[in-house]
Design a protein. Sequence first.
Length: 568
Amino acid sequence: MNDKSSYGELRKFSGPLVDGAERAPSRAMLHAVGFKEEDFKKPQIGIASTWSQVTPCNMHIDELAREAAAGADEAGGKAIIFNTITISDGISMGSEGMKYSLVSREVIADSIETVAGCQGFDALVTLGGCDKNMPGCVIAMLRLNRPSVFIYGGTILPGCLSNKNLDIVSVFEAVGQRAKGKIDDSQLGQIERCAIPGPGSCGGMYTANTMACAIEAMGLSLPNSSAMAAVSPEKRADSRAAGRAAYGVLEKGIRPLDIVTRKSLENAITVITALGGSTNAVLHFLAIAHTARIKLEIDDFKRIGKRVPVLADLKPSGRFVMSELVKIGGLVPLMKRLLEKGLLHGDCMTVTGKTLEENLRNCGDYPSGQEIIRPFSDPIKKTGHLVILRGNLAPGGAVAKISGKEGERFEGTAKVYGGEEEAMKAILAGKVVKGDVVVIRYEGPRGGPGMREMLAPTSAIMGEGLGKDVALITDGRFSGGTHGFVVGHITPEAYDGGLLALVKSGDRIVIDARAQEIRLEISAAEMRKRRKVWKKPKPRYTRGVLAKFAHLTADASHGAVTDEGLRL
């Protein structure tokens, strides 16, 4: 226990709220929630929980929040748990409700900032489980810039059917298999009932696991916090240790903006490239960099991808799930390998109070014979899988996820749909065939609004066995579970008058990952003719949170943040 005489300098925010005779009303309120006299002299550490029964990703986080609070109290602080929202991408996917997914990132950030700013917390622990929780937590931590530690809720264990591992993407792909007649309703029902065995985030290197690994690489969570099973003694111990670490960074005066720098963001890009992570990372990293006032552009992913190979054989395009990576040692040995190759900045500060290099100094390597993380001599792909495309269809940029298994060039005939539901009906009805480029438009940040993920149509295409024969492009985005020849984040989006709005079924589209180009092959005269008759659609929402988001959001190439116009 620390000397209480030191609490004054650690109570920069809570002290003014509870010290002195005039603050007796504040203390009276806190007595009611369990404060004792001695607690008023301790720094207050806010524990931002995203617990909810909405989704298995977050259903256990209340337990982890209590562990974090216990750790903060043990270290000498006074923990206060509060809650914010979560939504479920997996449940809302393919529905109108999915439009709220990206919006929830901003709501989470706003709500954590609001509570911590109002209540005068001196330090923070934030906990996230589902995709948008994590960048939302980080954005809030950076806005407040008070000593903070992030905890990942942990990965789900795989489901199992007939000795085969299953996860949520297995179910989405089974829908396509059912439409194609490859399985029947009974088999689909078996997959549905077995795929999700309990708490934790979706099990492949999808967006949740991608962002957890990225946040660890940035230095905002404890070593290997990103690579633990949700239901495990290790995750409970990690949460308690994070509570203690929050007090530690408070004592040392280490704040998020000391940790999240240009170098640490480059470390995060390097790590998620080696892991074959989600395209959503591009969107979220841009938003995090914007909040930290760090210049980061989509082309930085291309630059780093030229020198960083894909080493992890993880789903969706690989064979293994995150829980199998956990068993062989987690993320830390991979980071050490990357550091030894000169691909990471080892001098970046972390929430341990040590640099990244110091954290990795004594860690071991993976066991011999494991097949999940490849050696540099035998990578999955020699360069990064996140490819930034430009061309007349995306002068502002687009993001493709090219694992190499689906090829690097696709030329085909456009089949145009004005939204995800329309495209999904066509795919399940067998109207999408070999050689098609499925175009799903008016799904961007403003036009959707909310930039829905296209996991349902991409999984249906994979389930029907067309993964190498059909491409899909959109101004929306993709789940981390998406694989196949797909291009998203097309900027400018159709709603803003981007060329995507002018594509007609039957047009030829070329996607070339080697040339990093995406283009519509029509003449300039035809383009001008179509533009003259195009009319901007009316907004789909004129009240409420979706209308606010559509009005405030930046484009995808600038992270779809809602405060870009406030850039100073």
